[in-house]
Write a protein that binds this ligand. Structure first.
Ligand code: ADP
Ligand code: MG
Length: 342
């Protein structure tokens, strides 16, 4: 149950669109992963992903800048390619702009998008431009490639695998809450360096392409996803895909000092931001325990990333959170467009 059309939730709706099976022999994987995977021949796979941003749902014009919106619109798609172990290659941009949108905002958006495209060597190959009555909408489609036998799927986790993230979680949610508080005219008591780090995490996420590639090429991960909805929800996607569960160790969640400071200043729980805030766009993967050390070394040396072990995959279904000496089941909550009514 959710709050969408007919009482459906976001994932119920996707299920309604899911066809029984793809009919083309070159479709290696259709709906259900971060990208669709198509056979390009010669041992290569084409990865395809699309993500839409809607004004007043994903962003507000008074929070952040047009530049950061352009960056983020592309970056979140690049992140889905990274989650499959791929290299982003090309993008298509479909936009609906309102008549009242100032030219400098449009150009700022263009510049942010171009900066992200340059940073990840993505070519813009097409799109569509329409007018929108009230809200700006934008939809990016990104194509990536990978050696077909190195593509990492959401399914593939095994009991005993170590659950790792490729970086800290919670900073993005903290940054959003700082921005929202400031938009209401509240002053948040936070060191400028912390404020800048949190805003950067929320407004200009850095997809972990090099990390995803390095881990995939050395077959160090069995399952991988990017943290868009939140650690709990995204980990539940990984576990559900394998018919498994996981135990998370709360004390090992990588939460930055800046995130903790913002939580203290705003009277919030940093653990909630880390578990369910979402939009971190770090990779979340499962690693066979005997390869954890090698995976950490490869992450550090080839991608400048730190792997954080945050839990273990188990054959008991569902997620459990170990905290203060006890272990309790935890509902996967996070970003759902049509959440269940409270
Ligand atoms: P992500 O967070 O990685 O972008 P989503 O949770 O949005 O992934 O989507 C999960 C899967 O469902 C993806 O494979 C996506 O392509 C697919 N999907 C989402 N919405 C639709 C839709 N309306 N029709 C068909 N497939 C969809
Ligand atoms: Mg994803």
């Amino acid at each position: 149950m959710g709050s969408g059309p007919g009482g459906l939730g976001e994932f119920d709706i996707i299920a309604r669109f899911r066809s029984a099976r793809a009919t083309r022999p070159w479709v290696l994987e259709g709906i259900g992963d971060d990208c669709a995977v198509l056979d390009m021949g010669h041992g290569r796979a084409l990865l395809v992903t699309t993500d839409m941003l809607v004004e007043r749902v994903h962003f507000r014009r008074d929070v952040g800048t047009p530049w950061s919106l352009g960056w983020k619109a592309l970056a979140v798609n690049v992140s889905d390619v990274a989650a499959m172990g791929g290299t982003p290659e090309a993008a298509f941009l479909a936009v609906g702009f309102t008549h009242d949108l100032p030219l400098d905002q449009l150009l700022g958006f263009r510049d942010g998008l171009a900066a992200c495209a340059a940073a990840f060597e993505v070519d813009l190959l097409g799109g569509d431009t329409v007018s929108s009555r009230q809200d700006v909408v934008m939809c990016l489609t990104v194509l990536g490639t990978a050696p077909a036998d190195e593509v990492v799927h959401r399914a593939g986790a095994r009991p005993g695998d170590v659950v790792v993230t490729g970086g800290v979680v919670g900073d993005s949610a903290a940054g959003l809450h700082v921005l929202l508080a400031e938009a209401e005219g509240r002053r948040v008591a936070l060191a400028e360096v912390d404020r800048a780090a949190l805003l950067h995490a929320h407004l200009e996420p850095q997809p972990q392409v090099a990390l995803g590639r390095a881990l995939a090429a050395r077959r160090l991960v069995r399952a991988m996803i990017d943290v868009s909805d939140g650690v709990l929800l995204d980990l539940s996607h990984v576990c559900d895909a394998a018919g498994l569960g996981a135990v998370l160790e709360a004390s090992t969640l990588p939460v930055s000092g800046a995130c903790r400071s913002a939580a203290a200043a705003l009277g919030r729980d940093p653990l909630a931001w880390a578990l369910g805030g979402g939009e971190d766009y770090v990779l979340l993967a499962t690693v066979p325990p005997e390869r954890l050390e090698e995976a950490s070394a490869v992450a550090r040396e080839e991608a400048g990333a730190v792997l954080h072990a945050i839990g273990t995959v188990s054959d008991e279904r569902g997620l459990r959170l170990a905290r203060d000496g006890g272990v309790a089941p935890v509902e996967p909550w996070g970003w759902d467009h049509f959440p269940s009514p409270p």
